[in-house]
Structure formats: structure tokens, C-alpha cells
Design a protein around this ligand. Structure first.
Ligand code: GLP
Length: 260
């Protein structure tokens, strides 16, 4: 897998059409991902965007805001569905994914907030909320493009490593490693919610196009496992190798173990 090019595309023809794009750094990763999303919005102005939270997509959202401010993008007809939400966090909590999306994207572009959707973490009836959310996505015809980050344990959305791939939106118990990774955003690990609502792997795989953004050396091991290793529910993101239209945009640090 040695590749000395500074920038490279790897098309994994042996199993899949997955494209893995290596960028110099986080900023280039963000620009590339934003360009792919921009192309989607330009070619289908009333598209459905599946959106993600976490530190990985923040730069991508900044780029989209810049393109909007330059007059190059119009989000007025776009609908959005977010991947996941913590159970039990009110929308006003600055760690809720609802708050994150408004703060990092929706407040800065001309999307109609009535067309933006995040699972309702305050609905205590998990079955009811998950069924409602899955139905809503179905009524939209699924996502045209789904943006994803990658958890250190290979989770996508909040689909944690498991014995099987969960198909639809469901309630999950967060793994200790995920609580540990996300505690940096809370006062302490005890304050991190222990459960979340998340789209299922099946919901994610139904998106017509998928873009994954991954950055940093701490993700290098999981990049290699998820996109170059066997497909297994123990590494949930590995299923993306079977999707017909996935682009992984990862910076050189996240890509570093692939080249070993
Ligand atoms: C979180 C989110 C995921 C996100 C992942 C990685 O727990 N539920 O959607 O992709 O962890 O986050 P980060 O990009 O901050 O590394």
C-alpha cells in the first residue's frame, strides 16, 4: 500500500468503488468535502443533506458558510436530517447536536429551519421517537448525500461496535470509550449522556452518496481498519466499503497507517 505521492486517490476496485482521498491537512480536507457537498446543492437545489456533528465536519461547515456568503450556494430549498442526538439533552444545551448544528451551520446560511431535522433527544419514548425519525427520512426519499465523521472505535453516527449492523434509527447505550472521547465537551465524564438516538447502519447505507471526513493521527489506526480491513459490525464504518458511492476525505495524519 506504499504510496509516496503527497496527494493521492485510491479507488478500491477490488471490493468496492470506495474512493479514499488523502489531503495535506484538515483545511484541505474541509475544502474538498465542502466542494463535494456544494456540487450536490448546485446540481439538486432541493436535495436532502444528511449531516453530522463532531470536530471533523466543523471546517467543512465553515467552508459551506463561506461559499454561501460569496453568493455561490443557495440552501433555501435544502432539507437536512442529522445522524444522531444525545438522549435526555434539551435542545438549548450547548452540547446537544441540535444546538451544534444551529451554531455551526444553520444560523449562518439561508436554510429554512423548518426543513432541518435532528432526533428529539427529549422524547423519553425511544421506540416512538426512533420510528418517527425513520419515517421522516423515508418520507424525504432518503438522503441524497450523507456526511459522516468516524469515531475512534469505528462508529458512524452513534452506531457502536456490535454483533450485528443495526438497520434503522434506534436508541444506543454509548460505549465507555465514546463517553471518554466526548467528555472533553462536558464538565466531566459523568455529565456525558449515556444513551443516544441514532440513524441505523441501514438508514445510512440508504443515502445515495456518502462523504466521510477524517482527520488526525489518533484516527490513523481506525482509518486502516475501517476502510482497508474486513467488513464487520465490530467496526461499523467498514460496511461503507459495500456502498456504491463513498468518498473518504482524510488528511495525511489520518492516512498515515495505510501507507505503512
Ligand atoms: C461523535 C458523533 C459522531 C462523530 C464522532 C467523531 O460521537 N456521534 O457522529 O462522527 O463522534 O467525532 P470527532 O469528529 O469529534 O472525532
Amino acid at each position: 500500500m506504499k504510496n509516496s505521492n503527497k496527494y493521492c486517490w485510491i479507488i478500491r476496485k477490488e471490493v468496492t468503488k470506495m474512493r479514499v482521498l488523502k489531503t495535506a491537512d484538515y483545511n484541505e480536507m474541509s475544502r474538498k468535502a465542502a466542494n463535494i457537498i456544494a456540487a450536490q446543492v448546485i446540481t439538486k437545489p432541493d436535495c436532502v443533506l444528511g449531516l453530522a456533528t463532531g470536530s471533523s465536519p466543523i471546517g467543512t461547515y465553515k467552508e459551506l458558510i463561506r461559499m454561501y456568503e460569496n453568493g455561490d450556494l443557495d440552501f433555501s430549498q435544502v432539507k437536512s436530517v442529522n445522524l444522531d442526538e444525545y438522549k435526555g439533552l434539551p435542545r438549548e444545551n450547548d452540547q446537544s447536536y441540535y444546538y451544534f448544528m444551529n451554531d455551526n451551520l444553520f444560523n449562518h446560511i439561508n436554510i429554512d429551519k423548518a426543513n432541518t431535522n435532528v432526533p428529539n433527544g427529549m422524547e423519553p419514548d425511544a421506540e416512538k421517537e426512533c420510528a418517527r425519525y425513520e419515517e421522516l427520512i423515508k418520507s424525504y426519499g432518503g438522503a441524497d448525500l450523507q456526511l459522516l465523521g468516524l469515531g475512534h472505535n469505528g462508529h458512524i453516527g452513534f452506531n457502536e461496535p456490535a454483533e450485528q449492523f443495526d438497520k434503522v434509527t434506534h436508541c444506543v447505550d454509548l460505549q465507555p470509550s465514546t463517553i471518554e472521547a466526548n467528555k472533553r465537551f462536558f464538565a466531566s465524564a459523568d455529565d456525558v449522556p449515556k444513551q443516544a438516538y441514532t440513524m441505523g447502519i441501514g438508514t445510512i447505507m440508504n443515502a445515495k452518496k456518502i462523504v466521510v471526513v477524517v482527520s488526525g493521527e489518533d484516527k490513523a489506526e481506525i482509518v486502516k481498519k475501517a476502510f482497508f480491513g474486513p467488513v464487520t459490525p465490530n467496526v461499523p464504518a467498514s460496511i461503507l466499503q459495500f456502498h456504491p458511492d463513498v468518498t473518504v476525505v482524510c488528511d495525511a495524519a489520518a492516512y498515515s497507517k495505510v501507507e505503512e
